[in-house]
Design a protein around this ligand. Structure first.
Ligand SMILES: *Cc1c(COP(=O)(O)O)cnc(C)c1O
Length: 378
């Protein structure tokens, strides 16, 4: 089955008891058992819920993985993966990360003496050099957030496997429509389903997909033991959202390309970051490991922080807000919003300056988006 078909059908058979086409919302906490140890596969809804099972099966199919697990948020999914580590272990991560990932690595895992070494995303040798005897996993986010640099998944997977490490890829920005890390050698794929997978800015959720049975069992154990599971209604909304993932991603990309090329010519724009631009330093790698360049565009505005504040107040179609991946266009100021938890010196050393704006290009009519940029930047 091809991607768009799987998004609509995988894990989503019509309900056997009624024929309902849509997976029902099984709003229940517990299930009747006919006798000791005899039940229909469900005992208690932290452990399992049929609406969640459908979502997990669909997510696994979209990443071409054997097992999917969904969580109450992307960060809950991250915490599940991080719990594969024990106190004293070490990990290597790319440096231009989602701010919340950096925060959980440093402020939560750090307290359990799990240390992280950060490497520039595109520096393949850097990952090998950062490995220590107690390193257990490598964590990539590609394209990175918000500078949209790429990490070479296949090359880093080789390094990870040579050292017996797990490779985790946060695939939130591409969605499985444009990038499938398991096929490139990753062991674990992570999503904030809050973003493109749900796509309608009305659910917080996360997911992990893997084809490694041992990893799956450990994550499944943790999911039940720690309990950060999504409710059935959120699973249902996410399933409903992801049915249209393929058409949405195609339109996000088409609009993002137009926005990126418009900004590249704009006199008030210093620099545009979009992997689909030939001028992007990782354009060639993007063509190799992704089947499209996605809907995120960042740019550096020529001016002061006060000018940037004026610009964000003027947008009429783009909304000034955190998050990304919904049908509506958003503009965000990473230094004060999504990446505010990263100390300024570290932020600036990575190129994440005060005049950087990040666009989540939605699927509105592109002429309205270009006109809005025109008037806001004027
Ligand atoms: C939003 C996001 C997360 C965290 O997900 P939540 O659903 O907000 O907990 C992780 N990684 C990336 C790349 C994100 O954009």
């Amino acid at each position: 089955m091809q991607f768009a078909t799987k998004a609509i059908h995988a894990g989503q058979e019509p309900d056997p008891s009624t024929g309902a086409i849509m997976t029902p919302i099984f709003q229940t906490s517990t299930y009747a058992q006919s006798g000791m140890g005899e039940h229909k596969g469900y005992e208690y809804a932290r452990t399992g819920n049929p609406t969640r099972t459908a979502l997990e099966a669909c997510l696994a199919a979209l990443e071409d993985g054997d097992y999917g697990l969904s969580f109450a948020s992307g960060l809950a999914a991250e915490h599940a993966i991080l719990n594969l580590l024990s106190a004293g272990d070490h990990m290597v991560a790319c440096d231009d990360l989602y701010g919340g990932s950096y925060r959980i690595f440093e402020k939560v895992m750090g307290r359990f003496n799990v240390q992280t070494t950060y490497v520039t995303a595109s520096n393949v040798e850097g990952y090998a050099r950062a490995i220590r005897p107690n390193t257990k996993l490598i964590w990539l986010e590609t394209p990175t957030n918000p500078l949209l640099r790429l990490a070479d998944i296949r090359a880093v997977a080789e390094i990870a496997h040579r050292h017996n490490l797990l490779l985790v890829v946060d695939n939130t920005f591409s969605s499985p429509y444009f990038q499938q890390p398991l096929k490139l050698g990753a062991d674990i794929v992570l999503h904030s389903t809050t973003k493109y997978i749900n796509g309608h800015s009305d659910v917080i959720g996360g997911a992990v997909v893997t084809s490694n049975r041992e990893v799956y069992e450990a994550l499944k154990f943790y999911q039940n033991a720690a309990g950060a599971v999504p409710g059935p209604f959120d699973c249902w909304l996410t399933l409903r959202g992801l049915k249209t993932l393929a058409v949405r991603m195609r339109q996000h990309q088409e609009n993002a390309r137009a926005v990126a090329s418009y900004l590249s010519e704009h006199p008030r724009v210093e620099k545009v970051y979009y992997p689909g631009l030939v001028s992007h330093p990782d354009h060639e790698l993007a063509q190799r490991q992704m089947s499209g360049f996605g809907g995120m565009v960042s740019f550096q505005f020529k001016g002061t922080l006060a000018d940037v504040d004026q610009v964000v107040r003027r947008f009429k179609v783009f909304t000034f807000a955190e998050s990304l991946g919904g049908v509506e266009s958003l503009v965000c100021h990473p230094a004060s919003m999504t990446h505010g938890s990263i100390p300024r010196e570290i932020r600036e050393a990575r190129g994440l300056t005060d005049t950087l704006l990040r666009l989540s290009v939605g699927i509105e009519d592109v002429s309205d988006l270009l006109a809005d940029l025109e008037q806001a930047l004027a």
